[in-house]
Design a protein around this ligand. Sequence first.
Ligand SMILES: Cc1ncc(COP(=O)(O)O)c(C=O)c1O
Length: 399
Amino acid sequence: MGMVSQRFAPFGTTVFAEMTALANAHGAVNLSQGFPDFDGPEFAKRAVERAMAEGRNQYGRMQGLPELNRALVGWWKRATGMEVDGETQVTVTAGCTEALAATFLGLINPGDEVILFEPYYDCYRAGVAMAGGVARTVRLRPPGAGEGADGIVRGAFEFDAEELKRAFTGRTRAIVVNTPNNPTGKVFTRAELGLIAELCVGHGVVAITDEVYERLTFNEDRPHVRLATLPGMSERTITLSSLGKTYSLTGWKTGWAIASRELSAAVRSAHQFLTFCSAIPMQMGAAEAIERGEEYVEGLRKQLGEARDYLAGVLARVGFRVFMPEGTYFIMVDHTPVSGGRSDVEFCRWLTTEVGVAAIPPSVFYDDAEGGRRLARFAFCKRMETLRAAAERLERLRK
Ligand SMILES: Cc1ncc(COP(=O)(O)O)c(C=O)c1O
């Protein structure tokens, strides 16, 4: 670690790399990192092959290929009813990860405050630090009650409105809103987003939304709401998303940022020096997936809904307190009924090496590790046979 800059030294190695390596070393069923063990649509893969064969193998435009920018304009119109200009308001990036980095670097000045809901996807903390910003956190708390006879808690993680209001100060530049939310599985309600919008407008704050799980929602009464569509927000929201989760193509690392001209200029100011453009054949495949992928997405949503119900049932039966997710492909549990006094990190390492199932210890998503000590996160974006293999092993935990 001696050579690592002061900026990154506090973050160590990301927990996803660590848990996947541990899972591989011990032959564990990997329910830690959020990638599917099945493939995306064939027609999108064929489009990438065609693009390569046709010689689309050199650098492309900084803002994204015209084919993909156009596809995203159409998709945005279908999703929101709003018009954007593909040339100036849509920026294609190397996954949502680069879109996040470009947004933080392009928007945040040293000392600016950025509000994060905690637990947060770990990129945000590092991204704010990269830009020299100061993160302020607002806690999402697990529901205290609502446990059914099956041991599953139905009810979302919630924040305290007063705590959120207090987090806005004269130095606040931006707030990051990840809905559907990793790792909690929460889908922010229209009322919650309404309060966030009101505070952003009142304080002149920019909203950065991470919507990579936008299509993966499971409860009809909790649809995904886009913050950019709320009054006063289209001009002050940078909507980030990517192909990976919606089309099971996480390795393609194709993402985008949609925002006003001014905010897009901020994102592009950094994007041009980070990657300039993301892989061109993948952009052609992404355009195809977005234009022809609706049937695939609906099928995936149904498949993941069944996987969610199955894994939640398994986890509850072996004794965990299960928080049923409304979206994403993760389930959070309180592991303490099963683990006794172990911390989440100890428990997840033990579960991987001794039981043969890998999960993520959520304390890495908190400023104060204590916040995640009782929790563990399991991914269910896996084939049923993988989930059944995990279930067989987890049965050993049953008292
Ligand atoms: C909330 C969230 N944002 C962003 C990403 C990364 O997206 P991408 O693979 O498109 O960079 C992930 C991946 O797990 C995620 O969970």
